[in-house]
Design a protein around this ligand. Structure first.
Ligand SMILES: CC(C)(COP(=O)(O)OP(=O)(O)OC[C@H]1O[C@@H](n2cnc3c(N)ncnc32)[C@H](O)[C@@H]1OP(=O)(O)O)[C@@H](O)C(=O)NCCC(=O)NCCS
Length: 167
């Protein structure tokens, strides 16, 4: 199954492709992410390089394809009292790759990495995002809270399910 995809941790040489994917994700799914496309489009390229260099960003490719098809990342706080918990962020698959199995494969790769660094992984997912919720549930994530009015886009509020996977 894994030979249908190539999955690897991104390096700084991937920063431009990562930036393009990230901006595409924020533009296409504003309600799914905490940052806005306007905010991140205004950030210098170095910010994206630093996210790769300082964190763990994984990319996935459909077999034989040159263009990256999906991204997922894990952030680990530096603070001594918080570094037992990782944060899954930046989950995005290009539409053509959805339903291919790349999403669970990328998530498995991030979790293999996470197990070596943290005791649990947390994430937030907007209420109503059924595909993402099913992906996380299947990987073992469980709800621990609902943050009402977590995001405000224009005049519309969105609630977020807070989920956790304890190792
Ligand atoms: C979230 C995302 C990465 C999932 O990738 P995907 O390839 O679509 O996911 P899968 O095909 O593995 O589907 C995951 C599950 O959701 C189900 N699903 C897919 N689309 C669905 C939909 N529109 N409604 C309900 N369920 C859906 C699948 O059947 C599957 O369920 P299963 O594991 O029980 O079989 C992808 O949809 C995406 O990039 N979405 C836009 C950005 C986003 O929402 N990111 C998440 C932020 S928290």
């Amino acid at each position: 199954m894994t030979d249908r995809f190539r999955i690897r941790r991104l390096g700084v040489a991937d920063a431009e492709a990562f930036r393009a994917m990230r901006l595409e994700a924020l533009a296409a799914h504003p309600e799914a992410f905490g940052s806005s496309v306007a905010e991140e489009a205004a950030q210098p390229a170095g910010v994206f390089t630093a996210r790769i260099a300082d964190g763990a960003v994984f990319g996935g490719w459909l077999d034989g394809a040159e263009e990256m098809a999906g991204i997922m990342a894990l952030a680990v706080p530096q603070a001594e009292k918080q570094r037992h918990k990782g944060l899954l962020w930046g989950v995005y698959l290009r539409p053509a790759a959805r339903g291919s199995g790349l999403a669970p494969a990328l998530l498995r790769a991030v979790l293999v990495h996470a197990r070596q660094h943290v005791e649990e992984v947390r994430l937030s997912v907007t209420r109503g995002n059924a595909a993402a919720r099913a992906l996380y549930r299947r990987a073992g994530f469980a709800d621990w809270a609902l943050e009402t009015r977590a995001l405000k886009i224009g005049a519309t509020y969105h609630d977020e399910h807070l989920m956790v996977l304890r190792f």
